[in-house]
Design a protein around this ligand. Structure first.
Ligand code: SAH
Ligand code: SF4
Ligand code: F3S
Length: 449
């Protein structure tokens, strides 16, 4: 490939925020190699798909997408990164002979070598090594496209091995990034105009507790704190206006997290705390390590807070062996918590996971029926929860134009609700007060005051 012409990168991202953030890292590394991003796969020299395999549907989509792109892409290099790349490795080449590059979740930093191999004539390049000591790929803040909201990785990987979940296999062992490096990144982002950061990890609450060492920092234990202390440091030292974090894990969620939020106005009122099920029997089979009672204890710390903290969650419907009674307990739990938002997923058996071998499967028709019942319950709860915002003034960070009408602006509240409002005086990056005039199913609508 001629290195003097501007090479083009087309990058598509599925899955969770870790993947979104990994795509950001990959595109920065590739820009350093002379790649420019394009939104047209047909015009790209390198097509990269950053993939998810948390449910079967997400995984299947990868192969159909490769099929589409292959037709448009001709001789371009097609690469797969992310969770499917990690878990499937060489099998990606077998299933899709057009793929020439496979990049595992800890190999983003290896992109320069891998691309060089392809450019020097190798037909295929792959790196899917996982290590419990893997370093964090860090983005130089001055090179980031400073939006108003940015992600900061605090932990990578997961050690929980919930019986249904593929993530521990695709992201490797849990590692915590040294606190000083997290705080430094937060400060640098704030000084570049970022208003809000999301601290990211599969289980942020176990920050600093397990697998905290990487080979480089082995001897320096003071580099890690508890999650609550990390929040305290980022809140007091960064200069950021808003700090959010996700995902919280019920077993490791402690009351001191709520106390720290109460001590800092820049720690936002939002906790995403997935329950997965309301039945102790199912929670045990899921190996979540907490009971319904434990979960409700965490919810009560949050609800007793002096701050009005919004709670969102996840449930899995139709885990193997889930009876009508188990499911009714999930419904009851959701009704008791009254989530401000809920992600409901039909159980999907995943390779490598213990639950995939559990026999007592729930038929798709029952899953669909239970899914609809939980969705309906949540719709009612949410419209009741949202109705308290009518007429209220909420603080919104302006993030851009609303997709629906070019005239409206959009952003999030501190409690992570989407708010669209009539544009005009506000600009992207402003934090504005919006009076809510209208409630929609998953968003609020209002006017600037
Ligand atoms: N680490 C986070 C979430 C990771 S995956 C946590 O533990 O909460 C995001 C969500 O996908 C999970 O919360 C779960 O609800 C869902 N999920 C994971 N594996 C699944 C599977 N095999 N089938 C259906 N949903 C699944
Ligand atoms: Fe998956 Fe459980 Fe880890 Fe979440 S905590 S990523 S559900 S194994
Ligand atoms: Fe999907 Fe991997 Fe995230 S499986 S949800 S992209 S960690």
């Amino acid at each position: 490939m001629d290195s003097s012409h501007n090479k083009k990168l087309y990058l598509e991202t599925w899955g969770c925020q870790m993947n979104v953030h990994d795509s950001e890292k990959a595109s920065h590394i590739l820009e350093g190699l002379g790649y420019e991003q394009t939104s047209d796969p047909g015009a790209a020299d390198l097509v990269l798909l950053n993939t998810c395999m948390v449910r079967e549907k997400a995984e299947r989509k990868v192969y159909s997408r490769i099929g589409n792109i292959r037709n448009a892409a001709g001789r371009r290099i097609i690469g797969v990164m992310g969770c499917v790349a990690q878990a499937e490795a060489e099998r990606v080449f077998e299933r899709s002979p057009d793929v020439r590059l496979v990049v595992g979740t800890q190999s983003i930093g290896k992109l320069p070598e891998l691309v060089a191999q392809l450019e020097s004539g190798f037909h295929r390049a792959i790196d899917v090594r996982l290590s419990k000591d893997a370093d964090f790929v860090e983005l130089a803040p001055e090179k980031r496209r400073a939006g108003v909201v940015a992600f900061i990785t605090i932990t990578e990987g997961c050690d929980k091995f919930c019986s249904y979940c593929i993530v521990p296999f695709t992201r490797g062992r849990e590692r915590s990034r040294p606190a000083s490096s997290i705080v430094a990144e937060a400060k640098a982002l704030a000084s570049r105009g970022v208003k809000e950061v999301h601290l990211l990890g599969q289980n942020v609450n176990s920050y600093g507790l397990s697998g905290r060492r990487t080979s480089k920092t082995k001897d320096n234990d003071s580099e890690w704190t508890t999650f609550a202390d990390l929040l305290d440091r980022v809140a007091s030292e960064s200069g950021l206006s808003r700090i959010k974090f996700t995902t919280s894990y019920p077993k490791d969620f402690t009351a001191d997290i709520v106390n720290v939020i109460e001590n800092h106005t820049n720690l936002c009122e939002w906790i995403h705390l997935p329950a997965q099920s309301g039945s102790d029997r199912i929670l045990r089979m899921m190996r979540r390590g907490y009971t319904r009672r434990d979960y409700l204890d965490r919810i009560s710390y949050i609800k007793q807070s002096t701050r009005d903290i919004s709670i969102t969650g996840d449930f899995i419907i139709g885990f193997p062996g889930e009876t009508e009674d188990d499911f009714a307990q999930s419904l009851e739990l959701a009704a008791e918590v009254e989530y401000d938002g809920l992600y409901i997923f039909n159980y999907s058996p995943r390779p490598h996971t213990p639950a995939a071998a559990f026999a007592d499967t729930v038929p798709d028709s029952i899953k669909a029926e239970r899914f609809a019942r939980m969705q309906e319950l949540q719709r009612r709860i949410q419209s009741r929860r949202y109705s308290r915002y009518l007429g209220m003034v909420v603080e919104v960070l302006v993030e851009g134009e609303s997709a629906r009408s070019g005239q409206d602006l959009t952003g999030h509240t501190r409690c992570q609700k989407v708010v669209n409002f009539k544009g005009g005086r506000a600009a992207v990056g402003d934090i504005v007060n919006i009076r809510v005039t209208e409630l929609r199913a998953n968003s609020l609508y209002g006017e600037q005051v």
